[in-house]
Design a protein around this ligand. Structure first.
Ligand code: SF4
Length: 238
């Protein structure tokens, strides 16, 4: 006697539309899904949110178009969460909030919205990364902080204590002295966590032959440091 057709095995229900927190709109230069080109997570698929606004004023900045906060569209955290969720579905392994100087803004609402939106099924939310110069108070909740301190605007101690990665851009010899000073300060601010220092990265300034020579020589002679290259630029990626 033929069996009655059985219903297909049930699958875990997709995440239901949970109520997302509301938050203030933030000025956004661009969002894009690409390869993280720099640092410890270089070579991995990531979704980038580039916030507008920066008053740090580095002469060699390669994102000067991000300096004015005005003139860039405001996007609400929920909308950015949806865009990040779409990137996660397309393979992004983490979300990078960059700028500009993202901490010119209160990132609490944005990181809440991203955590609520960026889940893979029932798994944990996508890790959230921050790229900052550290001149402002830390806001939001992050899994990875890349601190890129500037000689003319030193970072806050709290960022030195919190960062997982310290990345110093090198153009001239004084940058190496500054890099060592920042590395020592990062350790000094986490004496309660011995052995928990940040990854130390030297990154030659874009197009700076002297910076490249200095960074390579310093890394060769100092095994605590690693060389960081902007591989996305070599590949012509955003
Ligand atoms: Fe450019 Fe970053 Fe310096 Fe701001 S902190 S001027 S975005 S390099």
């Amino acid at each position: 006697m033929p069996h009655a057709p059985q219903p297909p095995p049930s699958r875990p229900a997709p995440p239901t539309g949970r109520a997302l927190p509301t938050g203030r709109a933030l000025p956004v230069v661009e969002t894009f899904h690409s390869i993280q080109g720099e640092g410890s997570h270089g070579g991995r698929s990531a979704f980038f949110i580039r916030l507008a606004g920066c008053t740090v004023g580095c002469s060699w900045c390669d994102t000067k178009h991000s300096w004015p906060a005005d003139g860039h569209p405001g996007r609400r955290p929920e909308e950015l969460g949806q865009a990040a969720a779409a990137a996660a579905a397309a393979g992004a392994a983490f979300v990078v909030i960059t700028g500009g100087e993202p901490l010119h803004h209160d990132l609490t609402g944005l990181t809440r919205a991203l955590r609520a939106a960026c889940r893979r099924g029932e798994g944990p939310p996508l890790p959230l990364h921050l790229e900052t110069s550290g001149v402002d108070r830390l806001s939001g909740a992050f899994d990875w902080i890349t601190l890129s301190p500037k000689r003319h605007r030193p970072p806050r101690p709290a960022l030195l204590a919190a960062c997982q990665e310290l990345k110093v851009v090198v153009h001239e010899p004084a940058d190496l002295t500054f890099a060592e000073t920042m590395a020592a300060a990062a350790l000094a601010h986490r004496q309660d966590r011995p052995g928990d220092g940040p990854v130390l990265l030297l990154q030659p300034g874009h197009g700076s032959d002297q910076g490249q020579e200095l960074a390579v020589a310093h890394v060769l002679a100092n095994p605590a440091w690693r060389l960081s290259l902007q591989t996305h630029k070599l590949l012509g990626l955003p």
